[in-house]
Design a binder for this molecule. Structure first.
Ligand code: ADP
Ligand code: ZN
Ligand code: ZN
Length: 743
């Protein structure tokens, strides 16, 4: 068949090169780059995206496109360009990048929730007549008519069945006889306009906030691409600045994306935004069902929404007239996708999307990533500083406790220094609140034999098993394997009574505290206590309402929370992460201590932070205890430069996984060797070695790193090489450009 136009289509599901299809004349006006289409392939109907439309095809005969999916499914131009950029930068096939941008709920569209709606097909007076006629012989039909008379505009079938308590068959009969009719109505499950939030008014900005606002406001007005870094200490009022800039963008008819770390997507954050903007806000979080996601996407497409707040994937919201992208806590690891390709960092992709839209990107943080701060210092980003807390509060005082000296007392005392215990009691006696931070959940994360040093590990993964006292089992936090009850005899040397729990988790800390001070009320927040939907918010509310004196938690409590009566924060083990041999480990510890400290003294009551450590002389504590980011930056950037680590170079991590150890390693090694022969000399490769978690869920894992400056060149080479390499079916390869760590 001959066509005037040909569309090159990339299919969603099939790993094939893009294919040409003819555009039938009646579709010509509807088909463009990014259009979603149905095509046939070997008698199957497939969905795909149009890459481009041309007058010619190299093929002699092509099939016609079957259908253009509804206009609302077209991938907007900027997102289409973004997918192309991601494909190149992250060495990932375009098909996967398109699938990443278009949520599966939208791609499949099977979840458009439709409900049957019943209306009358005859006039009201006629229905009254019919109702009277049916009364004697068909009472159930009559009661349906009666109910219908109460609903002039019709009623959902489910409600009708509920009200009348009849079966389907009398309704079917009435429909067959032309008295009632069925319609399909699409339901919006986002409840956009229903929530009510207490409205807050803009605050008068202080001088530093105002300067920051003015500088960014100027960029917004320019309608040009600009990136601003706001380096503001915890509590400096970054959120207020965001809100006022958002207002300005809205007033100018622009739309906004705000990204926040996954765990900061709490009721408290949502309240602050919805309290200012009552309508047009969509909150996208991972707990949304596919249906809710689809509806939210439609509302964004239709322009009902002009502010989207969410975790990393919210960046791909199809907003038109984008004016502002905000990335709060820009250094946060949750902006990076690591398990699936494309392994993108939403912070970096935000900047590219802002550039494509000639709009403004704001990165905000109390502890910017070294990458961003370096960019700001070199003038690629505008640097805005906020050095004081906004509300009437001071930065907390921080003291470091040497745990090598403070080891007296009972078992319970092992986890707490005397200083921390004394201060905790004092604060609680004054009616103030305390937060204790520990980066480990469960009761104990290690069970170790003191005689032969044997440690109990998961049989499917390369990690230790964690003891959970309330379930009385050992469990693997990677794969969910459990062992009940925990062994009392060492499985290796078979000696009894030498097998001991080590490394306490949040659960044990709570138990110890309760044992020492039965009158202190505790709450615990970690992966175990927040598993159920809504439990997160419930625990926050309880603590905020003063239902507990001490909140014990993991990572989860470090970010963005605002508890006015918390005056003391204790960091129980700060050292663990410092010993991890990763180029970013000092940066991570610095960020964590700063963020946790930021939870103390956020109102008029002065705050205090106690950090327990076995290596208190470490430089990191000097900087963290004074929230001296700039000092930290200068010291850390020196060592990064010396070892040629990011931000002075880029890393690409290539991970191989497979069910057989030897075959996986051999494949990785062959890949490594072949790549090496093609690589320009400016790049280096590390050897292929087992990953630091060398086995997860019975799959063995190996990796190597590429290091170099021109990341696009390397990505292109690797992608090409990966596409050309024949890979056994059971071996997986993940290419991670700019990985979070070098582990
Ligand atoms: P950050 O996000 O920088 O950690 P927040 O935006 O949470 O800081 O602000 C900290 C506190 O200061 C909040 O309670 C906020 O309401 C208050 N605040 C912010 N700006 C002002 C202002 N200009 N005047 C008074 N209070 C302010
Ligand atoms: Zn043993
Ligand atoms: Zn496991």
């Amino acid at each position: 068949m001959k066509f005037d136009l040909y569309a090159t289509v990339i299919l969603d599901q099939k790993k094939l090169k893009p294919l040409d299809y003819g555009v039938p004349s009646h579709m010509q006006t509807d088909v463009a780059e990014g259009s979603r289409v149905l095509v046939s392939l070997r008698k199957q109907v497939c969905k795909g995206t149009v890459l481009y439309v041309r007058k010619k095809s190299a093929l002699k005969s092509v099939q016609p496109l079957l259908e253009v999916l509804m206009e609302k499914q077209k991938i907007p131009e900027d997102l289409f360009a973004l997918a192309n950029w991601m494909s190149k930068y992250y060495a990932t096939p375009l098909r996967k990048c398109l699938n990443c941008i278009l949520p599966s709920a939208v791609r499949d569209d099977k979840n458009a929730k439709q409900k049957i709606f019943i209306k009358r097909s005859i006039s009201k007076p006629k229905l009254i007549g019919v109702c009277a006629e049916l009364r004697a012989k068909h009472p159930s039909q009559a009661s349906i008519c009666e109910e219908m008379l109460k609903h002039d505009n019709g009623i959902f079938l489910s409600d009708l069945l509920n009200e009348t308590k009849v079966s389907m068959s009398p309704i079917e009969t009435l429909i067959k006889n032309g008295i009632l009719k069925k319609e399909l109505h699409t339901i919006d499950r986002t409840h956009l306009m229903n929530d009510e939030y207490f409205q807050t008014l803009p605050k008068t900005l202080n001088d530093e906030q105002q300067a920051c606002f003015d500088s960014i406001s100027k960029s917004l007005k320019s309608n040009e691409f600009h990136t601003h870094l706001i380096h503001g200490v915890t509590g400096s009022g970054k959120t207020e600045v965001y809100l006022q800039l958002m207002q300005q963008a809205i007033d100018d008819g622009k739309s906004i994306i705000m990204l926040v770390p996954e765990i900061a997507l709490t009721a408290q954050t949502i309240e602050r935004i919805k309290g200012r903007f009552q309508t047009g806000v969509a909150i996208l979080h991972y707990r949304l069902s596919d249906g809710e996601k689809l509806d939210a996407w439609r509302n964004i497409m239709n322009g009902k929404v002009n502010i989207v707040v969410g975790a990393r994937s919210a960046l791909f919201s199809p907003l038109s007239n984008l004016g502002l992208i905000i990335v709060d806590e820009e250094q946060d690891g949750s902006f990076k996708q690591t398990d699936d390709m494309p392994c993108y960092n939403a912070r970096d992709v935000s900047i590219v999307r802002a550039k494509l839209n000639k709009c403004v990107a704001i990165l905000g943080s109390a502890t910017p990533s070294l990458e961003s701060y370096k960019n700001a210092k070199e003038g690629k980003f505008h640097l805005n500083k906020m050095t004081t807390r906004a509300a009437k509060s001071q930065l907390p005082t921080v003291s470091i406790i040497d745990m090598r000296l403070d080891r007296e007392g009972s078992t319970h005392h092992r986890f707490f220094s005397q200083t921390l215990l004394t201060k905790m009691r004092q604060r609680v006696a004054l009616g103030e609140q305390v937060i204790l931070f520990l980066n480990r959940r469960g009761t104990y994360s290690t069970l170790k034999c003191e005689k032969c040093e044997h440690v109990l590990e998961c049989p499917h993964c390369d990690c230790t098993l964690t003891f959970h006292k309330s379930e009385h089992h050992l469990s693997c936090h990677l794969c969910g394997y459990t062992l009940t009850p925990p062994p009392t005899v060492c499985p290796s040397c078979h000696s009894g009574e030498t097998i001991k729990f080590k490394a306490p988790g949040t659960d044990q800390i709570e138990r110890s505290l309760n044992a020492m001070f039965p009158d202190i009320r505790t709450l615990r927040m970690d992966g175990d206590t927040t598993r159920k939907k809504g439990s997160h918010d419930r625990l926050f509310k309880q603590f905020r309402a003063g239902k507990a004196d001490v909140l014990i938690g993991t990572q989860m409590i470090a970010k963005g929370l605002h508890f006015p009566s918390v005056t003391l924060v204790g960091v129980l083990n700060s050292d663990g992460s410092l010993n991890i041999p990763d180029f970013r480990s000092f940066e991570n510890v610095f960020q964590l201590i700063t963020q946790v400290s930021g939870r103390a003294g956020r109102s008029e009551l002065p705050g205090e932070v106690i950090i327990q450590s076995r290596i208190p002389e470490h430089d990191i504590f000097k900087y963290a205890s004074t929230e001296d980011y700039v000092g930290f930056y200068h010291s850390e950037i020196k060592s990064r430069k010396m070892f040629h680590y990011p931000p002075f170079s880029h890393l690409i991590k290539i991970t191989f996984s497979g069910p057989e150890e030897k075959a996986t390693f051999e494949f990785g090694k062959a890949f490594h060797e072949a790549l090496l022969t093609k690589l320009p000399a400016e790049f280096t490769l590390t050897p292929t070695v087992p990953c630091s978690l060398s086995k997860i869920k019975d799959r063995y894992r190996f990796q190597f790193f590429l290091k170099g400056e021109k990341v696009m060149i390397a990505s292109k080479l690797i992608a090409k090489f990966d596409a050309e390499t024949k890979r056994p079916k059971d071996i997986g390869v993940v290419i991670d450009v700019d990985p979070r760590d070098s582990l």
